[in-house]
Design a protein around this ligand. Structure first.
Ligand code: ZN
Length: 77
């Protein structure tokens, strides 16, 4: 398998690591993505993975939550 090359910058990762309410997290992430090309690229990769997950399983999660989960999975690899 090819290595997944996608990661948030330290600031973006710090946002994801906080135990924020989903709505607050989504708002902060959206604001950060608007200003950070590195995180926009990571988000695009995670969105693609999230769509694949969504196709395979029913429950829909907010994109930022999915990204946080996927980020954990990828960094644990
Ligand atoms: Zn960033």
């Amino acid at each position: 398998m090819s290595t997944l090359q996608a990661s948030y910058c330290d600031q973006g990762q710090a946002l994801l690591d906080q135990a924020l309410p989903e709505a607050e997290l989504a708002r902060l992430i959206a604001a950060h993505l608007a200003a950070c090309a590195e995180c926009r690229q990571a988000e695009a990769v995670f969105q693609t993975l999230a769509m694949a997950l969504r196709a395979a399983s029913a429950p829909a999660l907010p994109a930022a939550v999915e990204a946080r989960l996927l980020s954990r999975l990828c960094s644990a690899d």
